[in-house]
Design a protein. Sequence first.
Length: 255
Amino acid sequence: MGRGKAANNWGLLVNRAGGDPAPLFEAALDDLRTALERRPTMAEAWVQRARVRLNLGGHLAGTGKDPLDLYSAAEADCGKALDLLRPFAAARLLRGRVRMTLADWRSRRGEDPGPDFGRAIADLGEAIRIRPGYFEGWRCRGDARMNWGIWQSHHGGDANALYAAALADYEEALRRRPNDADTHAHRAQVRLNWASHGMQARRDPAELHRTALADLDLALELNPKLSDAWCWRGMIHHNWGNWEGGQGRDPREHF
């Protein structure tokens, strides 16, 4: 299993550098298949294979190919690990991530992601129940709730409860890791999207915009290279300026 894990990690590095990680991910799957043929009761090997399949599926999706079979197989691998070992917080977390990825993929295809988001949130909630101090569990559940809220908002639904729950999850994650720049940026993203959702109902976005900008200031202080944070700052000022102009106030402070 160790060689498969190493090949997976190397594949991730190659992918970040802009190379083709597929051969490394495939080699990792070959090694893990052999490991599981020899020791099919090794729960961690099932989880590791699910990780590789999730990574390879993400790579294929990024090149325009269909990752559904890989995501479905990763979900099944996590289920096998949970059959072998309960409670298993890492397997719950990973299956939640797989199901969230499936939901995001379905939403990009114009399909309803709700069932997959619901299952992802349930898995992540169970991971948190098993390990209440699990930073990754709180952070990932916040991501799932935010992404489902964005989908709801874009399809005429009421996303307020999902955005409020996502915000609470990110706050719990930051209690456990207060200097995590990405989580501060994601909390800002929730506030940005919640403000936009409220503006559709003619609710003043000022407080959400102010707190989102404060989050992004801190995220950039912690990591000035966080490109999404700069982008979201621009979006907040653009949206806020449009709102102020629509209310008959001077929007130039934001533009």
